[in-house]
Design a protein around this ligand. Structure first.
Ligand SMILES: Nc1ncnc2c1ncn2[C@@H]1O[C@H](COP(=O)(O)OP(=O)(O)OP(=O)(O)O)[C@@H](O)[C@H]1O
Length: 260
């Protein structure tokens, strides 16, 4: 479980990106974070794996206080959390398979790190992950010969091979065309259903968020202004998240009709 307890994040330039966030996400949830550009979505996601440090409160992941981790503990903790970015973060001049095998590098003994020799078991895991996202046939192709959607699937396979408990995805479909974006979202759904990995996705495509995620968290000006089932999000809720039609800063939770 991921828990935010009175979490605040103020950047060094005094921008308060997160303001008193309280939140619980259970294992296996598929959560989409939506909101205007600059609302704090990316910061919220990136605080979970300590890519950003919070400045107030506490984030607890499966009993671990994230802000108290140090050095090697942070690296070990991050192994349990896969991260997917808009820009894929792949080594484009290497093969697809090599990019997935990279997920095992931290586990290799020193001599294998130096020689780049992976075990048979690791290769099987990498190929299995590629199969899961439907690009096994591309294993020996150079990444720069793939489409954007295929590259994002390589990134997803790399994360899968790592076998994390949680996948954080920061705008994973922002640079993809609608058809490819849908394929990648389908992959997330399959992974979520088959593996029970939690998926937390920061996404601008509202329709996709509502269609694919189970739960929607709406963020505005660093605060959570909506938290409820995707199926219950109405146009009114979206207007509230994106435009803010009331001065009341309390979250607009499932079933509440205070703003109707
Ligand atoms: N490294 C940083 N240093 C200073 N301010 C930052 C930094 N990163 C983000 N901010 C500010 O924090 C606020 C929240 O930014 P964040 O990137 O989390 O929003 P977002 O909702 O993900 O936006 P977008 O949808 O445009 O990616 C914004 O005002 C942004 O300018």
């Amino acid at each position: 479980m991921i828990e935010f307890i009175n979490v605040g994040k103020t950047y060094p330039n005094n921008v308060k990106a997160l303001d008193n966030i309280n939140l619980k996400m259970e294992k296996g949830e598929f959560v989409a974070i939506i909101g205007m550009s600059g609302a704090g979505k990316s910061t919220l996601i990136r605080c979970i794996n300590r890519m950003h440090d919070i400045t107030e409160g506490e984030i607890v992941v499966d009993g671990v206080k994230v802000s108290s981790l140090k050095g090697k503990e942070i690296r070990t903790f991050r192994r349990r959390i896969g991260m997917i970015f808009q820009s894929f973060h792949l080594v484009t001049r290497s093969s697809v398979l090599k990019n997935v095998l990279v997920s095992f590098v931290p586990e290799l003994p020193f001599w294998r790190k130096v020689t780049g020799i992976f075990s048979k078991e690791q290769k099987v895991k990498a190929l299995t992950a590629l199969d899961k996202v439907g690009i096994l046939d591309k294993a020996y192709v150079r990444v720069d010969q793939l489409s954007g959607g295929q590259q994002q699937r390589v990134a997803l396979a790399r994360t899968l091979a790592q076998n994390p408990d949680i996948i954080l995805a920061d705008e994973p479909i922002a640079s993809l065309d609608p058809v490819t974006a849908r394929q990648v979202m389908d992959d997330f759904t399959t992974i979520n259903r088959e593996t029970d990995m939690s998926i937390i996705i920061n996404i601008h495509h509202v329709e996709m968020a509502l269609e694919y995620a189970d739960r929607i968290i709406g963020v505005r000006e660093g605060k959570i202004v909506y938290d409820g089932r995707a199926a219950e999000v109405t146009q009114e809720v979206l207007d509230y998240i994106y435009k803010g039609q009331t001065n009341d800063s309390e979250p607009m939770n499932k079933g509440e009709k205070r703003y109707v």
